[in-house]
Design a protein around this ligand. Structure first.
Ligand code: ZN
Length: 404
């Protein structure tokens, strides 16, 4: 059973449990005053029938017969349409099963009721928004989320849904606005998301400015990039855009400063900015500075296989093959499981005719790889392991391991 279905069922089971519990209390009360006297729409006989359908529904739910369970609950809510909670859950369950049309009809029916409490109206509106979103009716989903937020501006799930929706539509400014409301309401920040939304919104604005501009050339505003870095100092893309914008202003030193900030804030991703850094140093006529920076970066504790590879490629392009070999050799020792470093070193050694060492490197690399390779895989769930387990540790099924 899919997770969404499972959650739907759990919600329905809890709702039915609560309703039955309340029904029990009500029946106790009804001994003093019959329910038909309180609610003339429900006779004693149909109340019994309604309860019977609930119990039937629960029975089918427990025996994993979802279609029959839905049928029983549908019958129950047909007899007594007052049970809004079950109606709501039923709609949610239809949505979880992919039957969006039925979910929409149920939730619309609930909203159309004149005697609905504010809480139930909000819940039904939210459910309808989720139906529309899943069904791909995005404008209607936005409208429904907005209606929920008119009643309850701090409705976290509606804010989350609306935020995701704006993001999927590429409405970056709106997505950012809702994200900030969500942050204020929940007290929980999502700096990485916020930073990237700032960048997207900034880039969109820049594109619009370029289109509407006359012949005078414009320069991109640095503000969105600076704002993104302030929110999330590890935002590599913000440093890249900031550096590129400085390059457009011919401010080479500033560009170098921004690109190389990644060495401090996100050293694992520095290799992504090697190209822009090289360009900035070249424009600044400071090739030595670039070389010094690269040497320091590959020698530092935060150096990564990708960074070593990038610098190795540059050395190779410049014809400094022995230096490239020395760099890759130490790289392979520091990162023995890195296949692409070993591969590049082997190719270089072959180019230099150093076959013996090339073979040794290949051999060592294969040793590391085979030692890490799984030997068995569960035919049931795909779990991989090196030693055979007669009962799969992941799916708990017996004797499903097949050798790879
Ligand atoms: Zn398994």
């Amino acid at each position: 059973m899919k997770l969404a279905n499972l959650i739907g069922w759990a919600a329905l089971a809890i709702t039915v449990g609560t309703v039955l519990f309340r029904a029990g209390l009500r029946m106790g009360r009804d001994k003093i005053m019959p329910r038909s006297a309180i609610n003339p729409g429900v006779s004693g006989a149909s109340q019994n029938e309604e309860t019977a359908f609930y119990f039937q529904g629960v029975h089918f739910l427990l025996s994993d017969e979802p279609d029959k369970a839905i049928e029983a609950f549908t019958q129950a809510v047909r007899i007594n349409t007052d049970t809004v909670e079950i109606y709501l859950s039923l709609g949610n369950l239809f949505r979880a099963r992919g039957e969006v049309g039925r979910a929409i009809r149920i939730h619309q029916n609930i909203i159309a009721r004149p005697d609905l409490s504010d809480q139930n109206r909000t819940a039904a509106l939210f459910a309808l928004a989720e139906d529309y979103r899943q069904g791909g009716f995005l404008d209607r989903a936005v409208e429904a989320y907005r209606r929920v937020l008119e009643v309850d501006p701090a409705h976290r799930k509606a804010l989350t849904g609306l935020q995701a929706l704006h993001e999927s539509e590429g409405r970056w400014d709106l997505a950012l606005e809702v994200l900030r409301t969500l942050k204020r309401v929940s007290g929980q920040a999502d700096p990485r998301r916020e930073a990237h939304l700032l960048l997207r919104a900034g880039l969109e604005l820049w594109e619009q400015e370029k289109k509407s501009a006359s012949s005078t050339p414009l320069l991109p505003s640095l503000d969105p990039y600076l704002a993104a870095i302030k929110v999330y100092p590890g935002c590599v893309e913000a440093y890249r855009l900031l550096g590129e914008a400085e390059l457009e202003r011919n401010a080479y030193a500033a560009a170098i400063k921004h690109f190389s900030m990644v060495r401090k804030t996100r050293p694992s991703h520095l290799f992504l900015l090697i190209g822009p850094l090289q360009k900035a140093f070249t424009l600044a006529k400071d090739d030595k500075g670039f070389e010094r920076m690269m040497q320091e970066a590959v020698d530092s504790a935060t150096s990564s296989p990708r960074l070593i590879l990038c610098w190795g490629n540059i050395l190779e392009e410049q014809g400094r093959l022995q230096e490239a070999v020395a760099l890759l050799r130490s790289g392979v020792i520091a990162h023995p499981a890195s296949t692409f470093l070993a591969h590049r070193l082997i190719r270089l050694l072959r180019r230099l005719g150093q076959w013996q060492e090339a073979c040794e490197i290949a051999d060592r690399c294969l040793d590391v790889l085979t030692a890490r390779q799984p030997v068995f895989q569960c035919s049931q769930c795909g779990f991989k392991c090196q030693d055979i387990s007669w009962k799969c540790p992941q799916c708990q099924v017996w004797d499903t391991m097949e050798p790879l």
